[in-house]
Design a protein around this ligand. Sequence first.
Ligand SMILES: NC(=O)c1ccc[n+]([C@@H]2O[C@H](COP(=O)([O-])OP(=O)(O)OC[C@H]3O[C@@H](n4cnc5c(N)ncnc54)[C@H](O)[C@@H]3O)[C@@H](O)[C@H]2O)c1
Length: 259
Amino acid sequence: MERDGVLKFPVVSVNDAQTKHFFDNRYGTGQSTIDGIIRATNVLLAGRTLVVCGYGWCGKGVALRARGLGSRVIVTEVDPIRALEAAMDGFMVMPLSDAAPMGDVFITVTGNSGIIRREHFVRMKDGAMVCNSGHFDVEVDLPALQAEAEGTPAEVRNHVHEYRMKNGRRIYVIGEGRLVNLAAAEGHPPSVMDMSFATQALATEYCIKNRGKLSAAVHAVPREVEDFVARHKLASMGITIDELTVSQKKYMSGWEQGT
Ligand SMILES: NC(=O)c1ccc[n+]([C@@H]2O[C@H](COP(=O)([O-])OP(=O)(O)OC[C@H]3O[C@@H](n4cnc5c(N)ncnc54)[C@H](O)[C@@H]3O)[C@@H](O)[C@H]2O)c1
């Protein structure tokens, strides 16, 4: 909206704050997504192949936690840097069309739409499970799945719909393609949402204190707010850290020494 000149008021981008995406997206989504899948299906993840679509902050968390439970994890990406990161983190990386026949459980976390489509569904194994933990319910193309299925999907367990495919296989959709951690679990634990909510509250205070001074644009969360939230979180966890000495500050901000 800012780019198109239609934003009418200042926005502070809490979603991009480090105190949000480093923790809420990575560790919150990582844990609660797996929690939702397990609560809905009781699947044993050890030895299964999990396909994680998108290796952003949420994808990293989901992939890491799935590996910790003994799954073989395949990552699909469109960004070469993120794909390389996934490969060097030790995950298999390939196009979704190649991963489709290999996966037991598919999880989308891209924030994009139309990720798992008809050409992927028709290649999946009998019994494959599909869910989304990204945005809304548009990452898994359910109308395309329905078009390849016979009859209406049956709810075989709470939050699990069985689609009987024309090719004879069954595909299970968890949480109707909506955010699986909210549909089938309880979302993130409070001990990670505390930082996101604190950042929102302090960003609101920042807007009020700077009323009339901020332009109608998207503004980053001020660094002092991020540091304040992180320091309080550390304190709540009983963790203290070192402080920069005067000479270290001088060394790091100067050019006379070391370079
Ligand atoms: N479930 C939850 O509770 C929860 C919590 C936080 C964020 N989210 C949502 O999860 C989504 C992802 O958040 P994030 O912080 O990881 O974002 P991000 O931007 O860090 O990562 C998204 C990744 O998806 C990749 N991607 C885009 N299109 C793709 C495609 N067609 N195939 C494969 N990869 C593709 C991008 O290259 C990027 O690396 C967002 O929509 C966010 O709102 C959900």
